[in-house]
Design a protein around this ligand. Sequence first.
Ligand code: PLP
Length: 359
Amino acid sequence: MAKKVQHGANLFDLQKKYGFKLEEIMDFSSNINPFGPDPESLQVLVDHIDMAKVYPDPAYVDLRQAISAYTGCAPDHIVLGAGTTDLLASYIGLVHPEKALLNSPCYSEYERELDKIGAQVFHYNLDKTRDFVFDVAEIIDLIQKNSIDLYVLTNPNNPTGSVLKVEDVEKILDQTEAHLLIDETYIEFTDKEKYTSTYLASQKDRLFVVRSTSKFFASPGIRLGYGILSEKEYLAKLTNELTLWGVNIYADLMGTHMFQNKAYQDQVYAHTEGERRRMTDRLSKLKSIKVYPSFGNFILVELLEDMDAKTLRDQLLPRKLVIRDCASFPNLSPFFFRFCILSKEENDLLLDGLEDLLD
Ligand SMILES: Cc1ncc(COP(=O)(O)O)c(C=O)c1O
């Protein structure tokens, strides 16, 4: 049965409960890059604030062009939505699978959408004793044996950080008849050339790849996501399904510019890589926890002694440090927590806090 839906911390609640200022809270739970939105695109937004008085371009020509240059996919293979959440829901509704496969644990919204349409949900249990790695032969076997119509996955997976190579995605497509919905919300934090399936989606049927601007581009408030697919039938249906002017004018403006700022993108990537390594190395020295390898901008940790993740979270809160207790994820015990990579100074405060409480 689907567990209760729960996401990263509600900062507005914490602000009220603890009397913190919003900007003081170090939110390690929401997986948003700490640099904030790309300053150039933010400036464009400020300079065009009066655009509130016009409708966006319904064809979003400039935005599509910018995403096309960024991904290397043709503009007419790109669909736009108010966040990936919007696109995931539309695609699941259109494919309307009788049987769907999810990784366990995975991001909770997929199961919520599948429940809405009454799909039977199967789970591929990622095994902590194998560091939650994907085994492509096992996945293909599960899809074939259970006649799965749709496999929904996050790549890299939230919350485990495990990753599937593009060759493996191709194998699944070639050796099964299932549709694949790949959520690449975190792909830009890793070596995306090696792992992204956007190019494959512009070549092959039964594949839809969605990307977000919420995490890597630190812009969850503008609600901009995009998806790539080339299968004519679904491209037409999806384009039809999405709301006219469903992407607001500020998302259109910022999106058109943020994808062009390569220096910002390189900076975010390099920071994440370096801090992920540094934090993993330092935490791996603590005997009371196990740190799992991650390809995302977040790290999953298991507490090996008496303290559970909720207690740890509560003990870090007075220091204004907010981690994600992973008890709401299926296939994870109450001893797992996840944190994302913030600035070096904030990361040091978390590392110090964890060392104080756990060593
Ligand atoms: C895997 C995954 N996909 C999608 C989302 C939401 O993305 P968006 O803000 O683009 O709707 C999240 C948010 O936490 C997520 O973790």
